[in-house]
Design a binder for this molecule. Structure first.
Ligand code: BES
Ligand code: MN
Ligand code: ZN
Length: 499
């Protein structure tokens, strides 16, 4: 997809399609008004007949609009003008892009970054338009034997901005938007790949390729023997139940000077989670191929940082394994020793994410990160608590949690904080080891974070539970690429505040 920006009158665009907004109820946006004037009231006449009332995402395609140079005009409903925020704006871009992609226009000029979006300037509107249009056009069909050939796919999008003075910053916004979109795409592709393709070794290969794409990036992949030497007994206990060897993928990106401490990103890379001996029920178990979406988000964020040449230092740490019920698998009651020296009684082998993450987090200490953020499809309880709209967010460092919440709001990839109070820690008490790997009834997302907090005491740390947000279930099953949007926003905010 090709994106560009320009500034000019809608009636003068020689394009396959010009897209303008209409608010509820039948209130024309500035660009729609302009077209209406040029066409002697063609649009307002039409709307008066009731074909479009302005509900968010409604579209109407018009041909032969008088006194215009374009082949088509698309009207899109934007809802109530005073409610028009980032979420509604993205809905509008998504609806328009889907509708256009199914129609005959192969390029279009969007007069949508000109709409008044609450709290957003032109550059952010342009960036969000790029990210959202690319999101809407995403397909995962690489494993179908015959790829459906689209007759006339949308190829070129031109975003119109109100003033030429904003051209330079808008072009930069396109560049940033494309970087983020590319990161999101990588995360979605990796997530959607099935467990028999996307194994720990496959993830390591993909990470290698990513590192190879930049002089500023380097990679190390630790195998099981190396992990054993480091004493990663918790991580290795999970992979013992599977024939695929575990990998610890360590990616570094050096975009800033030596004096800048890195941001460490740690992602759960369970390429398939059957639960182990505490095996999961059969229904929807296929979706546990998505249990590596934390890892995918780490790689997606690194992809974006490399693409945009961000001036930050990053370390990505990905513990990757399968969780299957083999004869050598963990058994309920087994006790293992983590790299930190703390012992863990495994009361449920399906609480495996924390077992691989705890050793990865201990390993991360050696990079002396400024902050560490882990992301994991960690608990079904998080879906019960927050559904699919917000990531669960917990952490031991107020400013970091605050910055992540804000990055979520700004990017539209939002999180909600849950309490990481000491009160919950006792739920992890074990009769036989330093801790149990499950916290019993109640507050499953919090007790999982409590578990991780015992391995991050020396660092400024935050945890994102993305169990409800990393993919969409059901007939529209697909990875979302979240939380790449939030993380890149967090990095951009850090760079901005440093200046
Ligand atoms: N990967 C799952 C969590 C999960 C389940 C994410 C469903 C998304 C959808 C994780 O490894 C797991 O199995 N967690 C258990 C923990 C429990 C045994 C304490 C869970 O949530 O049931
Ligand atoms: Mn599990
Ligand atoms: Zn899992």
């Amino acid at each position: 997809m090709e994106f560009s920006v320009k500034s000019g009158n809608p009636e003068k665009q020689r394009s396959a399609c010009v897209v303008v907004g209409v608010f509820e109820s039948r209130r024309l946006s500035a660009a729609a008004e302009q077209l209406d004037k040029a066409s002697d009231g063609f649009i307002s006449n039409l709307i008066r007949r009731g074909d479009l009332d302005g509900k968010t995402g409604q579209t109407l395609l018009l041909y032969h609009v008088p006194n215009t140079l374009c082949d088509r005009v698309m009207l899109v409903g934007c809802g109530k003008e005073r409610d028009f925020g980032l979420r509604q704006y993205r809905k509008v871009i998504e609806a328009v892009t889907r509708a256009l992609d199914e129609g005959g226009a192969m390029e279009a000029v969007y007069y949508l970054p000109e709409l008044p979006v609450k709290g957003l300037g032109t550059a952010m509107k342009v960036r969000q338009a790029v990210i959202t249009a690319d999101y809407a056009l995403y397909r995962f069909d690489q494993l179908k034997s015959k790829q459906e050939k689209q007759r006339r796919p949308l190829r070129k999008l031109i975003l119109s901005i109100p003033s030429r003075r904003e051209l330079a910053e808008s072009e930069e916004a396109v560049r940033i938007g494309q970087g983020i979109a590319r990161g999101v795409r990588l995360a979605r592709d990796l997530g959607n790949l099935p467990g028999n393709v996307c194994t720990p070794s496959y993830l390591a290969e993909q990470a290698r390729e990513l590192a190879g794409s930049s002089d500023k990036a380097s990679i190390e992949v630790l195998d099981e023997a190396q992990m054993k030497k480091l004493g990663m007994g918790a991580l290795l206990s999970v992979s013992r139940g599977s024939r695929e060897p575990a990998k610890l993928i360590v990616l570094q990106y050096r975009g800033a000077g030596e004096d800048h401490k890195p941001v460490a990103l740690v992602g759960k890379g369970l390429t398939f989670d059957a639960g182990g001996i505490s095996i999961k029920p059969a229904a929807q178990m296929d979706e546990m191929k998505y249990d590596m979406c934390g890892a995918a988000a780490v790689l997606g964020t690194l992809r974006a940082a490399i693409d945009m040449d961000l001036p930050v230092n990053l370390v990505g740490v990905i513990p990757s394994s399968e969780n299957l019920p083999d004869g050598a698998a963990n058994k309920p009651g087994d006790i293992v020793t983590s790299m930190s020296g703390q012992t863990i009684e495994i009361l449920n082998t399906d609480a495996e994410g924390r077992l691989i993450l705890c050793d990865a987090l201990t390993y991360t200490e050696r990079f002396k990160p400024d902050v560490v953020i882990d992301m994991a499809t960690l608990t079904g309880a998080c879906i019960v608590a927050l559904g699919s709209h917000a990531h669960g967010l917990l952490g031991n460092h107020k400013p970091l949690v605050h910055d992540l919440l804000n990055a979520g709001k700004a990017s539209g990839d939002r999180a909600w904080e849950l309490p990481l109070w000491d009160d919950y820690q006792q739920q992890l008490d074990s009769n036989f080891a330093d801790m149990a790997n499950i916290g019993g009834k109640g507050a499953g997302t919090i007790t999982a974070a409590c578990f991780l907090s015992r391995f991050t005491k020396k660092m400024h740390w935050a945890h994102l539970d993305i169990a409800g947000t990393a993919w969409i279930s059901g007939d529209k099953k697909c990875a979302t690429g979240r939380p790449v949007g939030m993380l890149v926003q967090y990095l951009l905010d850090r760079i901005e505040h440093r200046k």
